[in-house]
Design a protein around this ligand. Structure first.
Ligand code: S3P
Length: 439
């Protein structure tokens, strides 16, 4: 198990790209495998989560050729998947396992879905329950609440489902199951979660209707399912967020990150940072495979505390660990509420960020659904020995905090960075090298 020691350093200077969007990569692999014809996916996320989805589809009979930048997926059409001869290991990926649970529910074969220790602790009932209501035969530990899940492909019927959580994983699992169901499926969610599945359906010509956070899809569509040849994936704003915050809090920094997805269901981090006083400029806005894309430039600035409540949680959900670092360096108090979903991510991110930031001298209080953070107004955090809890976003957030500490920050168990951002460290060093200082 590797560890990382970060020495205080800076400024961060230069122009970088980050890996392809993890959420979009999962969906691109899935839809390309179900399409008729070959698709070249460019700029995919090479993190372990997405590689596990590649392995899953290979195990179900789909040829996928991989280079460091491209995936070529030889789609076999709507009914082209075949039974894998062993369990499918989704590793650390909640998106992988939940979307597959929906997609596999309506196939004509049996599968077992499992994952690592963290995945086997995360709630699966939120997907299993509605997919069962469609007629799926899914079992699992504790009545289907936890993986491993055993999925016996069945005939599915469309349902009307009001999801109690704003979760793109739940919505997407149901949309994938709905593709195989007879009749209409109608899904509503309390707040609009990320809409990459809907955009990908549009890209592949699969019809559905949408109004606000209500989606209706007529099952077994006879149109769509055709390869579009090439599918270009933008950089992951959630990975960029580490350097957006890094550049904001490390004095004299000036960082540009090119080719980033700026889908409005994901850009809460930009709104929050701007409200905190960050200097973020959105440049060269364009569109790619149905997703909005831009370059972002961020320069260091003085931040101040903010209030982040329920309505802004879904579009900011993965960025709370790094926003906690921004809040710790800001002037004044930051209050996060309505974010109870953070407790069931790769780690309990409310508890883990509170514990680790306390070690760095930050005054931070946990609530049931959020955090209250007293900012240090730019004063250095304390060097400390920290744990990642095997959570990639916690590990990378602590690494950014290390840049503004008064001594080394040692982070145990940093292999997990491979999940989404294998070259995080190389990018960090690249930005520090260009500044000519700090190594
Ligand atoms: C994801 C959706 C979000 C997010 C996760 C990726 C996706 O989870 O936290 O990292 O790709 O659909 P929920 O949908 O459970 O909120």
């Amino acid at each position: 198990m590797s560890s990382l020691t970060i020495n205080p350093a800076g400024p961060l200077i230069g122009t970088i790209s980050v890996p392809g969007d993890k959420s979009i990569t999962h969906r691109a692999i899935m839809l390309s495998a179900l399409a008729n014809g070959e698709t070249t996916i460019t700029g995919y996320c090479p993190g372990e989560d997405c590689l596990n989805t590649v392995r899953a589809f290979r195990a179900m009979g789909i040829r996928i050729d991989a280079t460091p930048t491209n995936l070529r997926v030889y789609g076999k059409g709507q009914w082209g998947l075949t039974e894998p001869d062993g369990p499918i290991d989704c590793g650390n990926s909640g998106t992988g396992i939940r979307l597959l649970a929906g997609l596999l529910a309506g196939q004509d074969f049996f599968t077992v879905l499992t994952g690592d220790e963290s995945i086997r602790r995360r709630p699966m009932g939120r997907v299993v329950k509605p997919v069962r209501a469609m007629g799926a035969a899914i079992t699992g530990r504790k009545g289907g609440e936890f993986a491993p899940l055993a999925v016996t492909g069945s005939r599915l019927q469309g349902i009307t489902y009001a999801s109690p959580v704003a979760s793109a994983q739940v919505k997407s699992a149901l949309l994938l199951a709905a593709l195989y169901a007879e009749g209409l499926t109608r899904i509503t969610e309390p707040r609009l979660s990320r809409d990459h599945t809907e955009r990908m359906f549009k890209f592949f010509g699969i019809p559905f209707r949408q109004e606000g956070s209500i989606i209706e899809l007529e099952g077994r569509p006879s149109v769509g399912w055709n390869s579009q040849g090439e599918l270009a994936i933008p950089g992951d704003l959630s990975s960029a967020a580490f350097f957006l915050v890094g550049a904001s809090i490390v004095p004299d920094s000036d960082v540009t990150i090119v080719n980033l997805g700026i889908n409005p269901t994901r850009t809460g981090v930009l709104d929050v940072l701007s409200e905190m006083g960050a200097r973020v400029r959105i440049l060269n806005t364009r569109e790619q495979a149905g997703e909005p894309v831009a370059d972002l430039r961020v320069c260091a600035s003085r931040l101040h505390g903010v209030r982040i409540g329920g309505d802004r949680i879904p579009q900011t959900i993965d960025e709370f660990p790094i926003l906690c670092i921004a809040a710790a360096m800001a002037e004044g108090e930051t209050v996060i509420t309505g974010a109870e979903e953070l407790r069931v991510k790769e780690s309990d991110r409310i508890a883990t960020m509170a514990a680790e930031l306390r070690k760095m001298g930050v005054s931070i209080a946990e609530t049931s659904d959020g955090l209250i953070i007293q900012g240090t107004a730019g004063r250095a955090l304390h060097g400390a020995s920290c744990a990642s809890y095997g959570d990639h976003r916690v590990a990378m957030s602590l690494a950014i905090a290390g840049l503004v500490a008064d001594g080394p920050v040692h982070i145990e168990n940093t292999d997990c960075m491979e999940t989404s951002f294998p070259d995080f460290n190389a990018k960090r060093l690249e930005l520090l090298t260009r500044s000519g200082r700090g190594l």
